[in-house]
Design a protein around this ligand. Structure first.
Ligand code: KPL
Length: 295
């Protein structure tokens, strides 16, 4: 397959190198518009990729978007006119809400959504490390679209990749974990595992009640206990890691607050549900980001 990966960060690089090693022609779209990029995973050989080529985009069978949620529209729009109609688009990022934003101008393409628990991190500008084996779930944005032919090829390159007939449920469960871990770990500048301390348990109880009520209103069967259970499992498995929002706030970068807790608040408002604890955390992250220029 000809695969274009949008975003050459940790997850983009992990998928790009694995797909290239599996025999696919991989091309990257990047922020800096360079014609070639070099990437190295786990200290192995440096791999060179063509990047930002209209010709490569014109032959894409699959476009995998791995940017931050707030970069998706800006990264796709300039290239859309070059995408062939046969190109499927797969959104693979933290947070929710981007598919609705791009739906109107990507109508010619089949749209797929994915979520991954693989852990990857950047060591230098071109070196990355695969720090945690995870699972990738992929499904269609519109339920009438069936499992695509390319799924088995992606599965071959990245073994724990599975088709999920109700991807919205999988995305909501991931969103719930991100709502529970990311803002708190960013505000308190602590590692994920520290959120298991007693001092955070009342807040987590309240948050899990609010989050599960929104999920149920969205048609996802769950309970506060399930949200707490999966959050504790992820916090334990990633105990020594800093969440992505923790790092964004630490380095004064824009975070995915609008597409994580912000998306939860949008859906809560839509259903007329109160989510005061989550709203307070969203507000605190918003204020931290607004304060960057004053520090
Ligand atoms: O996805 C994550 C993130 O950091 O954004 C979690 C699951 C919280 C792991 O750190």
């Amino acid at each position: 397959m000809n695969i274009t990966i949008v975003g050459a960060g940790a997850i983009g690089t992990l998928f790009g190198i694995k797909l290239a090693k599996s025999g696919h022609r991989v091309h990257f779209l990047t922020r800096h518009q360079e014609n070639r990029i070099e990437r190295c995973l786990n200290g192995l050989d440096l791999v060179e990729f063509v990047s930002n080529s209209a010709d490569e985009v014109a032959h894409a069978d699959l476009v995998i978007v791995t940017t931050k949620a707030f970069q998706v529209c800006g990264a796709l729009k300039p290239w859309l006119e070059h995408f062939p109609v046969k190109a499927d688009i797969l959104l693979l990022h933290n947070g929710m809400g981007t598919a609705h934003k791009i739906e109107s101008y990507t109508k010619a393409h089949r749209l797929f959504l994915g979520t991954t628990t693989h852990g990857a991190m950047r060591l230098t500008s071109s070196e990355f490390r695969h720090v945690g084996q995870g699972e990738t779930r992929i499904g269609a944005f519109h339920p009438d679209i069936k499992e695509p032919e390319w799924l088995s090829s992606v599965h071959k390159a990245i073994p724990s990749t599975q088709w999920h007939s109700d991807i919205h449920q999988a995305l909501w469960l991931k969103l719930a974990v991100n709502c529970m871990i990311n803002p708190l770990s960013a505000i308190h500048q602590c590692k994920n595992g520290q959120l298991l301390d007693d001092g955070f348990q009342d807040t987590w109880q309240q948050m899990s009640k609010e989050i599960s009520a929104v999920m149920v209103a969205e048609g996802v069967e769950t309970t506060p206990q399930e949200v707490l259970f999966i959050t504790r499992k992820v916090a334990l498995a990633t105990a020594e890691n800093y969440s992505s929002m923790n790092r964004d706030i630490h380095y004064h970068r824009q975070s995915e607050n609008a597409f994580i807790t912000g998306y939860l608040l949008d859906r809560a408002d839509y259903h007329g549900l109160d989510v005061p604890q989550n709203r307070a955390l969203w507000q605190q992250i918003t204020e931290l980001e607004q304060g960057y220029e004053n520090t």
